[in-house]
Design a protein around this ligand. Structure first.
Ligand code: TYD
Ligand code: MG
Length: 453
């Protein structure tokens, strides 16, 4: 009998290796390589049994219009999906355990079902009675959603084939197992096989499918990243522990803009939509204090104002602390280096703590100026004008670079009662809408003009 050769797969990037190693050559991650049994060959379909024939693109254009998208009526969800749910699409929704994925999808399923879609919710983690109890708590006990509690892939596919739903929710992909794969549920091989079968089924039958995936401590969807490549849309549900806010963020979307966010608040009776996130993120702001800067950002297609907070304190450590929450720490190090090298403002010997209020994450380079503003304000112990917002990218030379969508940023700031904006000299602004604008050429100028440093 031929020796079965097991393969080794990196759970971070999906690369396969011949033997185990501590570090993946492909992506450089440590301790991510796991052993998996080879895919069973099964009764092979020979060549020619099932051909996908190519057709001219032009012949498709004239046939049917694309099927309409389904709206749930939950605006925050619809927006993150790219303007409603596309029939036959596959969506992966990842997040930490306990963040509220099941709650969100049960509410979503109920919303779609109330608008006439046939929705099936299959739970591999909770019994149907438990899901029903949750629905009751959410005030959705009478929603026309069908429930199933199954983990066997074949049973699930059979259920879907008989139910013929418009929308199926599989909670979660890590609980599924196929009897054709010799590996434990939750393993790379099982997750990959199950996701592949479900996505193929979804495309063939025109069923929109949501796969729930738990995220590991270091922020990866547990199991293989390969699931991300199989689906049309990848959405993360994030939030800081101790905060009520939850942010739904699309990181990949074949049918709409990526990086779109939806904001929710976890309440005693489920997730409530937050229509005006800027007001929410700024609501924690009190009197003007040193170390606070308001950043006028853009998340996806929507302007969102956030507060960047900094604290700078003398350090007793040989290498002072740099604690960053909600921002890219590499970006923060770069800005600290530019302040030191170009403006002669050292942070050596000082502990630096940076944070975005409200548990929000900001990834835009446009936040550079607000980060520098918060840092300088904390260091100089001098508050920025409370009516001012900031945006602009900082280059390594210390010059400020313009950013996109200045008008939208200013409009949102004005709507929330701000009257002043500090932005790059080179920024073109068509219509400031009554905001007073302070233009800054470079970081040295910024430190001098605003803080007298
Ligand atoms: P859940 O949806 O089970 O999380 P996930 O599926 O991502 O693991 O959410 C569980 C958490 O949400 C739990 O800590 C309790 C909280 N919660 C509320 O605060 N209010 C509610 O109405 C519900 C249903 C849950
Ligand atoms: Mg859950």
């Amino acid at each position: 009998m031929a020796k079965s050769t097991n393969a080794f797969t990196c759970t971070a990037c999906g690369a396969s290796h011949k033997k185990w190693a501590g570090r993946c050559d492909a992506c450089g991650a440590w301790n991510t390589i796991v052993e998996e049994a080879p895919l069973s060959q099964g009764p092979g379909r020979g060549l020619g049994a099932h051909k996908g024939r190519a057709v001219p693109l032009s012949s498709l254009a004239t046939s049917e219009a694309p099927p309409p998208r389904h709206l749930s009526g939950m605006d925050e969800l619809d927006r993150v999906l790219g303007g409603g749910l596309v029939p036959g699409s596959a969506v992966l929704i990842g997040g930490d355990p306990g963040i509220g994925k099941s709650t969100l999808l049960l509410q979503g399923a109920a919303a779609f079902a109330r608008r006439g879609l046939n929705a099936v919710y299959i739970s591999g983690e909770e019994a149907s009675a438990q899901v029903r109890m949750r629905a009751q708590r959410l005030g959705l006990a009478d929603a026309p959603v069908r429930l199933g509690a199954e983990t066997n892939l074949r049973d699930i596919l059979t259920t879907l084939d008989t139910e013929r739903p418009d929308l199926a929710i599989i909670d979660s992909v890590q609980t599924l197992w196929s009897d054709q794969v010799e590996a434990a549920p939750g393993s790379v091989a099982q997750v990959r096989a199950a996701a592949h079968e479900l996505v193929t089924f979804a495309k063939r039958k025109g069923v929109a499918i949501f796969l729930v995936g738990h995220v590991t401590k270091d922020g990866q969807i547990a199991g293989p990243r390969v699931v991300e490549h199989m689906v049309d849309t990848v959405i993360y549900f994030e939030g800081e522990r101790g905060h009520q806010f939850r942010i739904l963020r699309s990181v990949k979307n074949r049918f709409g803009p990526a990086d779109e966010i939806g904001v929710f608040e976890m309440t005693g009776s489920g997730l409530a939509e937050v229509a005006n996130p800027s007001a929410l993120f700024l609501s924690e702001r009190g009197q003007p204090v040193p170390g606070s800067a308001v950043f006028a950002g853009i998340e996806g297609t929507r302007p969102v104002l956030t507060e960047v907070q900094a604290l700078v304190a003398p350090s007793t450590l040989a290498s002072p602390r740099r604690t960053v929450v909600g921002l890219d720490s590499g970006r923060v190090s770069t800005i600290l280096a530019v302040l030191e090298a170009r403006c002669g403002i050292p942070f050596a010997g000082l502990d630096v703590f940076l944070n975005v209020a409200g548990g929000m994450r900001v990834n835009e380079p446009a936040a550079d100026l607000a980060i520098a503003g918060a840092l300088l304000s904390a260091r100089e112990d001098s508050a920025l004008p409370p009516e001012a917002v900031l945006f602009g990218e900082i280059s390594l030379s210390g010059a400020l670079r313009p950013v996109a969508q200045a008008e939208n940023r200013l409009k949102e700031a004005q709507k929330l009662g701000f009257s002043q904006a500090i932005l790059p000299d080179s920024q073109k602004v068509e219509g400031a809408g009554g905001m007073s604008i302070q233009r800054i050429a470079d970081l040295t100028g910024f430190a001098g003009e605003v803080f007298g440093a």
